[in-house]
Write a protein that binds this ligand. Structure first.
Ligand code: CP
Length: 311
């Protein structure tokens, strides 16, 4: 099959929509971008004159910063809109906001929003490229791509690799983007967590389901731990943080049963001592900060490809 050389799409809203060839194109391009980012002067003129906006309705450290770095590496102009001091606080709708940005000549708008589908709504109402930086429980496509990039960088082809995604699957956009992308690449994905945190019917996405981390850990090539949101405790999804950690937390004792070359991942931010202990998060198996580094390369690749670049 001929390799695709460009992304013939305006927007990136999720990995569900991407073909295998499109995913491979982004990953290949990210390898070149990683080389650019590692240069003493990490700057190329590729997107000179392009205007990019970040519009984050939720907090972010990694995603927003790495999109900023990616834009600057490619010489694009980037503006971060602070929602708290924007006209959103006066009741302006998302559609009006993106339409106003569009007529100023913006080329791409990167949106993080608590409502699943918000980037899709923006994309349908705006000529600028819309990139989802995470929407509700739906998808976090660039996190999924950087996770896959990191796995491939470490272990090569992912076909038949065993990947555990552990934690609050129901509310995780990271889990969904990982599942869409990894299953397209032929990986064997198992989601693990308490029954209250695994949505019914998720097997239809092509994954196995397990409620017992100890049963699964021995065979795993990668363990991707998800953040437990303490605020959800009020909803009684599990009896206590201590109980959760005992059953689903990744700690030194549990790691004794894992393969010697297993790799531990986490999208961040981490709740140390809840879903993962510091010993494991900072230990020899972890690639957590490498994921963050790779976020710059993957987001550079995506900006390059969406804004007209060809490999
Ligand atoms: N992983 C991730 O999305 O991190 P931020 O919330 O800091 O962007």
């Amino acid at each position: 099959m001929n390799k695709v050389k460009s992304l013939n799409r305006k927007d990136l809203l999720g990995l569900k929509d991407l073909s295998v060839e499109e995913i491979k194109l982004i990953l290949r391009t990210a390898h070149s971008m990683k080389e650019v980012a590692a240069r003493p002067i990490p700057k190329v003129p590729t997107l000179l004159g392009k205007h990019i906006i970040t519009l984050f309705f939720e907090a972010s450290t990694r995603t927003r910063t790495s999109f900023n770095m990616a834009a600057k590496i490619l010489s694009a102009n980037i503006t971060n809109i602070a929602i708290s001091s924007s006209s959103v606080t006066k009741g302006e709708s998302l559609i009006d906001t993106v339409k106003n940005l569009e007529v100023m000549g913006v080329d791409a708008i990167i949106i993080r929003h608590p409502m699943g589908g918000a980037p899709l709504l923006a994309a349908r109402n705006c000529k600028a490229s819309i990139i989802s930086a995470g929407d509700g429980f739906n998808e976090h496509p660039t996190q999924g791509l950087l996770d896959i990039f990191t796995m491939q960088e470490k272990r090569g082809k992912l076909k038949d690799k065993k990947i555990l995604i552990v934690g609050d699957i129901s509310h995780s956009r990271v889990a969904r983007s990982n599942i869409w992308g990894l299953t397209k690449l032929g990986a064997k994905v198992t989601v693990v967590g308490p029954p209250t945190m695994i949505p019914r019917g998720i097997e239809e996405m092509g994954v196995n389901v397990s409620y017992n981390l100890d049963d699964e850990i021995k065979e795993a090539d990668f363990i991707n731990m998800l953040r437990i949101q303490n605020e959800r405790q009020e909803k009684g999804l599990f009896p206590s943080i201590e109980e959760y950690h005992k059953l689903y937390g990744l700690n030194k004792e549990r790691m004794k049963y894992a393969k010697k070359d297993v790799l531990v991942m986490h999208p961040g931010p981490i709740n140390r001592g809840v879903e993962i202990t510091s010993e494991v998060a900072d230990g020899p198996y972890n690639v957590i900060l490498e994921q963050v580094t790779n976020g710059v390369a993957v987001r550079s690749a995506l900006l390059f490809l969406l804004l007209g670049g060809k490999t």
